[in-house]
Structures are given as C-alpha cells and as structure tokens.
Design a binder for this molecule. Structure first.
Ligand code: SF4
Length: 209
C-alpha cells in the first residue's frame, strides 16, 4: 500500500516543465523533515513549503499500485493527444515509489516525472528525474534530467553541482521573508553562469492549484 497525501490535476508551476498540465501525486512523508512544525528547527531541511503529512488531502489515502494508477488516470482529460503526464512528488516520493508502481503507471500510458531530494536511489523507468538537493543531506543521485536548486542555501557552492550529469539546471529563489532579494540574486547568478536557468514558482503568484 502507498500512503498518499493528495492527488489533483493542475499545471506544473516550476522548473523546466513549467506550464505543463499534470496529475500531481503527493506522497506522504519525507526523510528530511517529519512535516510537523514542532520539528522544523531540528529538521535537515528547514524551508519546506509543502504539507505532506498524513493522508487527509484531496483523494488522499492508502492505495494498491493499480488502484492508484487508475485514480490518477481518471483525472486526465479523455481523448487528448499525447501521453498523460504525472508528477510524483511529496514529501519524498522515492520513499515509496517502486518498480511495481512505475509499471502500473506505464501500463496506463503515463509519462512519469519525479521531484526528489536526491538522497534515495531512483527505480528504473522514470521518464523525468528532477532532483532538488538539500544542504546537510547526502546527495546519492548524481544523474538525471533536471537539477533544481533552491537558492540560496547556507554555504552552498554551485560548482559542486555544475559537473553533475543533468540535462538542465534550474535555480529557484528561496521563498522566505527575503524572497525579493533572493530573486535578484538568482537573476544575477543565471546571467553570470548561463548553465543555470531561472525557475519561478509561478503557481504561487498565479494562484494555480
Ligand atoms: S526534502 Fe522536499 S519535501 Fe522534504 S522537507 Fe525538504 S522541501 Fe519538504
């Protein structure tokens, strides 16, 4: 059984696939924070902006692989051209996403994207691997399609990521009380280091949900 916080149909708001219609599948749980405010200060990852605790969101619950794939496909508009697109996120999706679920999604025709913190090995067959490293955790995934770095993070060194085997590098301003300063910084970094591309969280200022 997979523990799911919520499932909904939306538009990808950030990163390389910004603007892409997608089924968002949010897994419960993360290995870098419990998800409870009382634990935030002692968490490895302290700036999380997502509620991934429990199974109480829209279509949240505990599901078997085929049942979960069926529910996700039911959210995709019928008779559309192209493959249905699913974003497996969290929390940390790779705590749960396994070969069996990858197969169930592929059997339904899904293009499978993941958004992971990069601390857990990726099962075979994922079509789009987006890794968002978190300082203080060990990055075990050094290869994929997109590396999306929330910036700045304390003592982060961009050089350590630039030689990794990713096709795209996205720099995303940290969303805190100094966000406008971070946006300015990220713009400057992207101009100086064109390997990086600015990623804005468009769902936040457009109200997309
Ligand atoms: S790794 Fe991702 S899901 Fe986990 S606490 Fe950090 S931002 Fe949130």
């Amino acid at each position: 059984m997979y523990s799911i916080k919520e499932i909904y149909y939306t538009i990808q708001g950030e990163g390389h696939h910004t603007g892409q219609a997608a089924v968002f599948l949010r897994f419960s749980g993360c290995n870098l924070w419990s998800g409870l405010e009382k634990d935030r200060e002692k968490a490895i990852c302290k700036f999380c902006d997502t509620d991934f605790w429990g199974t109480d969101g829209t279509l949240g619950g505990k599901y078997e692989a085929n049942e979960l794939a069926e529910i996700c496909l039911s959210l995709w508009p019928e008779n559309r051209k192209g493959r249905p697109y699913i974003v497996c996120t969290g929390g940390e999706p790779l705590l749960q996403l396994d070969k069996q679920l990858v197969k169930a999604f592929h059997d339904k025709g899904f293009f499978i994207a993941i958004e992971s913190n990069g601390t857990i090995e990726v099962p075979e067959g994922i079509d789009w691997i987006c890794i968002s490293p978190k300082l203080g955790s060990e990055l075990t995934v050094s290869k994929g399609h997109e590396l999306k770095l929330v910036y700045p993070q304390a003592k982060v060194n961009l050089l350590q990521y630039e030689s990794l085997d990713f096709d795209h590098f996205s720099l995303q301003p940290l969303d805190d009380c100094n966000q406008s300063d971070h946006i300015t910084t990220c713009i400057e970094v992207c101009k100086q280091r064109p390997q990086w591309r600015l990623s804005l969280q468009t769902h936040k200022f457009t109200g997309i949900r």
